[in-house]
Ligand binder design. Structure first.
Ligand SMILES: [Zn+2]
Length: 413
């Protein structure tokens, strides 16, 4: 194992993060706010382009503006590292950006130690969906899981309503060639993305790194309960068809079945509305969202199926009606066992505390993994806070991630 000058590595990671929180890289001083085709996003790409060019990498962009930096001619095998450098609209300095900075630091360690590893870095476009309301957009384009009509017509700027296509063209890209983006993932020996954890598991267990072995799949849906709106004073308890009571029963039942399902399954009702929503009216209708996730698709499906039939039964028993509709679903993504194992070996070799874990949140790696053996590394973020201006992580943990990934790739190529 190479002896890495950790202090120098930490200083470089900290300097990159510090630079990218400056006024040239965010649309507001209150938070980090940058997304595709804005000037501040272009400045961020410029910053990375300069850093990679200085290391002797060729920098190019896919047809919609995803940054690609590589130290081998195209057609030759490479190992991929990267993340995204767009932010949530009210974001912090670390979500996504730290992963691109860590990838850059891997490339610097590669130069410093004369390892000459074949590397390619990707900084994905629009992971957060801040520009066009579409999460994982750049990576979904890359693996062809969008339709051309979406890009031309359906995906529209949240700021001005113009299409993704028009914006991409205005920014100097050629979206008509979007299908060629898939070539970016050709000849890959593997892919590793680093990201802040976005939960408190690493912090509260005293670990500095998380080696992700699976990314949770999810089902998003809605239950609508239809009862009867009646006067809250004049209607005796036995005469009611109160939709809010059925909604409340569904929420507690979801907690129960998600716990019972095990396999790290989680279930959340994050949106809840009752109508007409007046203090003196028995709710005639209620809608609750369902967000069910986990690494085991069967458990996730079972939880949704059982909450759906529970809602139907309790509604019927009380003379109401309950309907379920799915919004969106994505299966769980297993990480590549040999990459995970080399990352664990390298993490153990660093003599710093680490743990294996699940990613509960979705990441670009879910798309990459459909074509390339993939894994992820998490670093702790303070109190699990992300997507907020006070998001905080330790550059030293980012530097440690770079070191561990650098060591692992040496064994994997
Ligand atoms: Zn992110």
């Amino acid at each position: 194992m190479a002896t890495i000058d950790r202090a120098a590595s930490i200083a470089r990671v900290a300097a990159d993060i510090n630079e990218l929180t400056g006024p040239a890289y965010t649309l507001t001083s209150d938070a980090i706010r940058r997304y595709a085709y804005t000037d501040v996003y272009a400045s961020t790409l410029d910053y990375f382009e300069t850093q990679f060019t200085d290391l002797g990498f060729d920098v190019s962009f896919d047809p919609v503006g995803t940054l690609v930096a590589r130290n081998r001619p195209s057609g030759e095998p490479v190992f991929g590292v990267g993340s995204h450098c767009d932010s949530n609209r009210n974001g912090g300095p670390y979500d996504g950006t730290l992963g691109v900075v860590v990838a850059l630091e891997v490339c610097r360690l590669n130069a410093e130690h004369g390892a000459d590893l074949p590397l390619q870095v990707i900084s994905f476009l629009e992971e957060e969906g801040s520009g066009f309301g579409q999460m994982l957009l750049g990576s979904r384009i890359m693996v062809q899981s969008v339709d051309e009509a979406d890009l031309r017509e359906n995906f529209r700027s949240l700021d001005d309503g113009r299409s993704f296509w028009e914006h991409a063209e205005d920014a100097g890209y050629d979206p008509s060639r979007w299908r060629e983006s898939v070539n970016v993932l050709d000849n890959h020996l593997g892919w590793i993305e680093t990201h802040i954890e976005q939960a408190r598991v690493l912090q509260d267990t005293g670990n500095r790194l998380g080696i992700v072995n699976a990314i949770a799949g999810y089902i998003h849906g809605d239950i609508t309960v239809i009862g009867r709106a009646d006067h809250a004073g004049a209607t005796p308890m036995d005469f009611r068809h109160d939709a809010a009571v059925v909604a409340a029963m569904c929420i507690t039942e979801l907690e129960r079945v998600a716990k019972e399902a095990g396999n790290r399954t989680v279930g959340t009702v994050g949106e809840l509305s009752v109508s007409p929503g007046l203090i003196n009216v028995v709710p005639g209708e209620a809608r609750l969202s369902l967000d069910v996730r986990g690494p085991d698709d069967a458990s996730v499906k079972d939880v949704v199926a059982s909450i759906k039939s529970y809602a139907h039964e309790v509604a019927e028993a009380r003379g109401l009606e309950a309907n379920y509709a799915m919004r969106q679903t994505l299966p769980a993504t297993a990480m590549d066992a040999s990459i995970v194992s080399e990352l664990e070996t390298a993490a153990a070799g660093s003599v710093e505390p680490y743990r294996s874990m699940l990613s509960g949140a979705a990441h670009d790696t879910m798309c990459v993994a459909s074509r390339v053996p993939s894994a992820m590394v998490f670093v702790p973020c303070r109190d699990g806070i992300s997507h907020a201006p006070d998001e905080e992580a330790d550059p030293a943990d980012g530097a440690l991630a770079s070191e561990v990934i650098f060591e692992a790739i040496q064994r994997l190529v």
